[in-house]
Write a protein that binds this ligand. Structure first.
Ligand SMILES: [Mn+2]
Length: 393
């Protein structure tokens, strides 16, 4: 893992070098060097902010009480898959600004932090579904932002409580929501006039990764491109995203490159990195065969050395059950991150029952009918599995 990350970074460095070499005058070199430096500093600032967030309160009080002019655009988006990363890239292409990438366990921390920025003028929230546990605070934070006249746009496709929809409309949050199209496709549709032609390809990759390339708009977009070309691009991009979850700078770099209308294969080392991921996944098949356990209605497995979302489809497939669960401990949050998948023949809406069950156990969760996730307190994971098994009867 460490070695790979270094490789990717080395490539970045190489690219910069190559560019610098091309530049003939010293001036050009200096400027580029500065740009690189600036980027590095930015990345570092983001990291610093993350650390700050936890200690925020004391520091916030110290900040000058003078009125700051609001001019920042920020997109907070889902960092774990192509839909979230692509959405952030399309928002960046259309409106500029910075991306803040979060996962579900870190979703509310991320939002709180972004909302505390006194310079925030315009906020886009993409591909971040809400749950019973998070929705009230979500509305609360957005209400404060709206009072401060921050423009807020929420774009998503996860199941949402109708009461939350009403609340968001009441405070005039721009609400773009369709459970039938992935987020990036909705971003593309809504802001087409501000996007390049290439943006439709990025949206197509997102639709493929979210299993939504058969939907009305998603399928039309896929038709523009050669199917195999789109599939390999989406897959390679996904493996790079999944394999770089602990490298926030790389994920932000991906957002920038995609916003810059790059194809995944044009981003250095993506295919090589995907090959490494494929090798890991093939080993995962063997591990799941050995480690997986089953109950009447589901298969489940604790994952120790990879992401739960990479293993869950194998658990589903190899268990022969209609539901597969893979979970991984998140030591930093004291919880289990849980991935749940359903087979094609499953009749139950997994996202809905997982949302309720997770909330009952003091966690949160939700998502789609056949693919969803949850955050479950560490000591409640066995109860979660048993109860889900019961509810599937
Ligand atoms: Mn999505």
């Amino acid at each position: 893992m460490v070695a790979k990350t270094t490789k990717a970074k080395t490539t970045k460095a190489k690219t910069t070098k190559a560019k610098t070499t091309k530049a003939k005058t010293t001036k050009a070199k200096t400027t580029k060097a500065k740009t690189t430096k600036a980027k590095t500093t930015k990345a570092k600032t983001t990291k610093a902010k993350t650390t700050k967030a936890k200690t925020t309160k004391a520091k916030t009080t110290k900040v000058k009480p003078t009125k700051t002019s609001r001019k920042k655009t920020i997109c907070i988006s889902h960092k774990e898959d192509t839909d979230g990363i692509s959405s952030a890239a399309l928002i960046r292409q259309a409106f500029g600004g910075d991306a803040v990438l979060v996962d579900y366990p870190g979703q509310m921390d991320g939002l709180r932090q972004v909302a505390a920025d006194e310079k925030l003028k315009s906020l886009y929230i993409c591909d971040l579904g809400l749950s019973k546990k998070t929705q009230d605070e979500f509305v609360e934070i957005l209400t404060t932002l709206r009072k401060n006249r921050v423009s807020v746009t929420y774009i998503d496709h996860h199941d949402i409580d109708p009461g939350v929809v009403k609340s968001l409309e009441k405070i005039k949050v721009k609400f773009i929501h369709d459970v039938n199209e992935c987020t990036a496709v909705q971003v593309y549709s809504a802001f087409k006039s501000k996007l390049s032609d290439h943006a439709s390809f990025i949206a197509t990759c997102a639709a493929i990764t979210d299993y939504m390339e058969d939907r009305p708009i998603g399928s039309k977009l896929l038709q523009i491109y050669d199917r195999q070309f789109a599939l390999i691009s989406a897959t390679v991009l996904t493996y790079n995203i999944v394999g770089h979850q602990k490298d926030p700078d790389y994920l932000l770099y991906l957002v920038e490159e995609l916003a810059d209308s790059k194809f995944p294969h044009e981003i250095p080392n993506t295919f090589e990195f995907a090959q490494i991921q494929v090798e890991k996944l093939s080993k995962m098949i063997a591990k799941v065969k050995v480690g997986m356990k089953t109950m009447k209605n589901l298969g489940y497995m604790e994952i120790l050395d990879a992401g739960a979302s990479g293993a869950v489809n194998f658990v589903l497939g190899l268990s022969g059950k209609d539901v597969g669960i893979a979970y991984k401990e998140r030591i930093d949050h004291g919880i289990y991150a849980v991935s749940v998948r359903g087979s094609k023949s499953l009749k139950t809406h997994l996202g809905k029952i997982v949302n309720i069950l997770a909330a009952d156990l003091g966690g949160s969760g939700g998502g789609h009918d056949k693919a969803c996730g949850a955050v479950i307190p560490k000591d409640k994971i066995k109860t979660f599995i048993k109860e889900l098994n019961k509810k599937l009867n």
